[in-house]
Design a binder for this molecule. Structure first.
Ligand code: F6R
Length: 614
């Protein structure tokens, strides 16, 4: 995810401090970086570079070639526009009146861009940030109320999430910040002030910080920070002392990146859905380049992916076929590429990949294109190979994932696929407008429901601690629940190294049930009401052979407590969305088992985050 650092003082050169701060944010992932530094009243100098921070350091002679005691810096993880020097922050107005960096996503940026274009502004980048910077400039010049007034007016117009750090030409030595739903802290030192998106960026210099609250602004001067609310009234607040060490600061106070990323899921799916849901509850896929006509005319859908992304495909198959009533195949990329697939015009091939670099998925994409199919990438990393080569791209906005075991990218992929299915169903006349609006409204409630499930994590920790020595675990479910079991089982084996298998509950009797013996843990996922009783019967069968049962089902099925030894209730939702909720306790179970076994949760043995070889 993008990172912000800002620094102002009267003596020390700002650029080396900014570069040092940005280097502390490298772990978060980025694809370009930049700094803007101002030497007293002189013009601000901006240096940007695509790629590693090292390139920016080389370009600026480790910051020494950019003199000045006040500046802002940024590491960018692309969301709007490919990773490039032009799209890298800081962004500026033509006259350098306003220079700014931004984390987050401005949802209504194209509407704001139109407004600014009508007022004579032109744009050099594809970013939403350039729009935000120029909007601040517009209000600053139009109303002449000063930086805080211009920022407040911008905040009222902008929809989305943001942490903004801005320098104004008329205010040398000062940095202005504003925030909504994107973290931001202000730090103080002797005659120094800092701003950062994350604690590690400034921990080397100060531990005395203020947390900038939602919809708050601040003015930073050397040794001083003043806070304002949206009305421009001053807000009094106290400093906080940061006690964390640098490593725990990187993890935002969580013990592992995986746990941090589990907690980031509400934001990941909210950002992903907000990128294509319109305020009136419709879906706008124009950013993917897919036209309504194309969507109406596809004959078949083939989903190709690896690992957890393939599990997303498995779940989506149920949703797609049920809602759209068109045939969907799901293929493992490593198999698909070698089995001479039958594809051609009229076929849509969807490649799901967090990294966008998985070798088998990339090869499958090329194969599908060669055969004449239309290709759509569901990709998290902007500018990755799959994103560049696919005919169309739907970006998941999960931000960088650091833990090897995917959690938030998986959830964002599920949401993206649900949205695709809903829009296909609507445009192909299989879903009326009322149903569409009802489903998008329900979808918007999912982040809060996920949050609710995460908050109950201590119960899962207790449950997992009982099975730290388990040898084998089975996951069973039917329909969409089976697809969720596949992911739950993979999460468990990849990080806790406990052998586990996911079985379609009805298949148990055809062989696997012979493995059930006293004390074996069987986790049943039963969120599909029409299949609930059938899977419950399968649970009873394994219980009578000695299994210890854990059940995941919807609130309301309280009688399950008579059958299972441990249960988790899932908030009620549309059954097509239940995978998004049911996977949370499964991720937590895998996580807590690995912790209980003292394993390296974030870097499991033999695994790589991006599998760029066959
Ligand atoms: C498991 C996991 C992997 C990936 C798979 C595909 O937790 O992360 O199974 O899902 O390697 O990777 P991407 O999505 O990058 O193509």
């Amino acid at each position: 995810m993008c990172g912000i650092v800002g620094f102002t003082n009267r003596k020390i050169q700002a650029a080396p401090v900014l570069l040092e701060g940005l280097s502390r944010l490298e772990y978060r992932g980025y694809d370009s970086a930049g700094i803007a530094v101002r030497d007293q009243d002189k013009d601000t100098v901006v240096v940007r570079a695509k790629g590693r921070l090292k390139i920016l350091e080389e370009k600026t002679n480790s910051g020494l070639s950019v003199p000045g005691t006040c500046g802002i810096g940024h590491t960018r993880w692309a969301t709007h526009g490919e990773p490039s020097e032009t799209n890298a922050h800081p962004h500026v107005t033509e006259d350098m009146n306003v220079v700014g960096v931004h984390n987050g996503i401005i949802e209504n940026f194209s509407e704001l861009k139109d407004k600014l274009e009508k007022n004579g502004y032109t744009f050099y980048s594809q970013t939403d940030t350039e729009v935000a910077v120029k909007l601040v400039d517009y209000y600053y010049k139009k109303y002449q109320g000063g930086p805080i007034d211009a920022l407040a007016k911008t905040m009222v117009r902008v929809r989305g999430s943001y942490a903004l750090a801005i320098m104004f030409k008329d205010y040398p030595g000062e940095i202005y910040v504003a925030r909504k739903d994107s973290p931001m802290i202000v730090g103080l030192g002797e005659d120094e002030a800092y701003v950062a998106s994350d604690v590690p960026a400034i921990l080397k210099y100060t531990r005395t910080v203020y947390y900038v609250e939602n919809l708050e602004m601040a003015r930073l001067e050397p040794g001083k920070a003043t806070f304002y609310d949206l009305n421009g009234d001053e807000v009094k607040k106290d400093t906080v002392q940061i006690e964390w060490d640098a490593e725990s600061a990187e993890k935002g106070g969580f013990e592992h990146f995986m746990m941090k990323e589990i907690h980031e899921q509400p934001v990941a799916i909210r950002d992903t859905m907000n990128s294509v849901l319109t305020p009136d509850g419709h879906i706008d896929l124009s950013s993917t380049g897919l036209t309504e006509e194309q969507i109406r005319n596809f004959k078949n859908v083939t989903i190709v992916a690896c690992g957890s992304a393939w599990h997303v495909g498995m779940a989506s198959q149920y949703v797609f076929e049920d809602l759209v009533r068109m045939p969907v195949r799901v293929e493992l990329a490593s198999e698909f590429r070698y089995r001479n697939p039958i594809l051609g015009e009229g076929d849509l091939v969807i490649i799901i990949s967090q990294s966008g670099e998985t070798a088998d998925s990339l090869a499958a994409l090329r194969e599908a294109k060669d055969l004449g199919a239309t290709t759509l990438g569901i990709v998290n990393v902007v500018g990755s190979s799959i994103a560049r080569e696919a005919d169309h791209v739907f970006y998941t906005l999960a931000g960088p994932e650091i833990a090897v075991a995917t959690t938030k990218a998986y959830s964002a992929q599920l949401i993206a696929m649900d949205i695709l299915a809903m829009e296909f169903a609507y445009l192909r006349g299989k879903m009326d407008e009322k149903k569409l609006l009802c489903m998008t409204a329900e979808m918007r409630t999912l982040p809060d429901k996920i949050q609710q499930l995460i908050e109950d994590k201590e119960r899962i920790q207790w449950f997992a601690s009982k099975f730290a020595n388990a040898q084998d675990v089975f996951f069973i479910g039917r329909g969409l629940d089976y697809a969720i079991c596949l992911e739950g089982s993979l999460k468990m084996k990849e990080i806790s190294y406990i052998h586990s298998e996911a079985y379609a509950a009805g298949e148990l009797k055809h062989g696997t049930i012979s493995l059930i013996e006293d004390g074996i843990l069987v986790i049943g996922v039963m969120t599909q009401n029409d299949l609930y009783e059938k899977t419950l019967s399968n649970m009873v069968e394994v219980k009578s052979r000695g299994a210890y049962l854990a059940g995941i089902t919807n609130y309301g099925h309280y009688e399950i407590e008579d059958t299972v030894n441990f249960n988790v209730y899932i908030p009620k939702t549309d059954p097509h969305f239940s995978a998004t909720l049911a996977v949370i306790p499964l991720q937590l179970t895998g996580y807590y088992l690995a912790v209980a076994r003292g394993l390296d949760v974030d870097k499991p043995r033999n695994l790589a985050k991006s599998v760029t070889v066959e």
